[in-house]
Design a protein around this ligand. Structure first.
Ligand code: IMP
Ligand code: MG
Length: 182
């Protein structure tokens, strides 16, 4: 554990940027948009583990077009708040995705490297389409040219935790998004 005790763990949770209620409202609105885009056509949701797990779960609940779920895992952040620069795929999609409309879901886009790499990988597998969606976007931090098709919240250049987002593996279970206090 990176904290000496629970008090220190709690003390690092900064101000709330986005409340649980705001997340739910935005996700519901976004699910309606997705229903409209796919217009009854089945979609294959692919979440990027571990961060997108909560976002994907919440989003799936409100989508009404036929929807399947898969996960891929990419790692770029290790035990710090800085990107290592290298993106590793630690879990691949095993099924054939050709013939599917893919909705690739991420928790946050920072430098853009992860989603850029994962999107290219999925596109090489010949799906009908790949649409990218992110809960949070930090456009100021971008190092590669990448714009998500759908973004729920744009935030400033601060390190955030909660609703799937972690710092060294902790805080993913917070139901809201807060700033991380170094
Ligand atoms: P990118 O490849 O730099 O776009 O980074 C994307 C990944 O970095 C995300 O999937 C997150 O896991 C992680 N990340 C980026 N910014 C934050 C943050 O503010 N809090 C927690 N994780 C973050
Ligand atoms: Mg992530």
């Amino acid at each position: 554990m990176i904290f000496k005790d629970k008090e220190e763990y709690v003390s690092r949770i900064g101000g709330t940027l986005i409340t649980a209620e705001q997340i739910t409202a935005a996700v519901k609105e976004c699910a309606e948009k997705i229903d409209g885009i796919y217009d009854g056509r089945p979609l294959l949701m692919i979440g990027v583990l571990n961060g997108a797990a909560m976002f994907v779960s919440e989003l799936m609940k409100h989508i009404s077009v036929p929807c399947e779920l898969e996960f891929i895992q990419a790692k770029s952040y290790y035990d710090s708040t800085e990107s290592s620069g290298e993106v590793k795929l630690t879990r691949e999609i095993e099924r054939d995705i050709s013939g599917y409309h893919v909705l690739l879901a991420e928790d946050i886009i920072d430098t853009g490297r992860t989603l850029c790499k994962v999107k290219a990988l999925l596109e090489s597998k010949d799906p009908l389409s790949v649409t990218t969606i992110t809960l949070l976007d930090k456009p100021e931090r971008r190092l590669v040219d990448f714009t998500p098709d759908i973004s729920l919240f744009t935030i400033e250049d601060v390190f955030v935790i909660g609703f799937g987002l972690d710092c060294a593996g902790y805080y993913r279970n917070l139901p809201f998004i807060a700033e991380y206090k170094e």
